[in-house]
Design a binder for this molecule. Sequence first.
Ligand SMILES: [Zn+2]
Length: 70
Amino acid sequence: MKAENVSPEDLQWVCRKCNRPLEAGTVSVEYMGNQFTTELPTCPGCGFVLISESLALGKMAEVEQILEDK
Ligand SMILES: [Zn+2]
């Protein structure tokens, strides 16, 4: 998985719970019954993972495509 899932705009987000800026981190995601790791903006405090709408709509579709091609 490429690090391009994390865009500079995403890292301007601040965790509402901890009031800390999000950092790029490797997270394990489960999608359509498949588990994979990718880099996403995460909160270093509570582990909150930001999945932006564009990621959910675009990248997940891309991931789905990759899984189908396998
Ligand atoms: Zn947090």
